[in-house]
Design a protein around this ligand. Sequence first.
Ligand SMILES: [Zn+2]
Length: 100
Amino acid sequence: MKGFVRYKVEDGVEFCWCSGHKEYLPCEGFGANSRNKNGKHNYCKECVKMNDRKQKGEPIPFGTVNQFVENQKNNILKNLGYDLEGDVSIHQQFLKKHKL
Ligand SMILES: [Zn+2]
């Protein structure tokens, strides 16, 4: 479907589908694209950067994509007030936060 971006919410974090990574990433990592339903790009910012590098013939740093994904997820969870260092799982913290 044209102009449709897959989307889900997990542990209170919004995830958008990245056509480059072929997986859900925090929507915060996506640029704006008003042509799409959810207002986000089909590719995360990192993929857009990579594609840009490819077009310019610049070398692509390997290993940065997964790190970026992890960092994005962790930063967003931290911003939402989750404790990533503690013994309590994110899922448990989510249930407590939403009184489930
Ligand atoms: Zn991506």
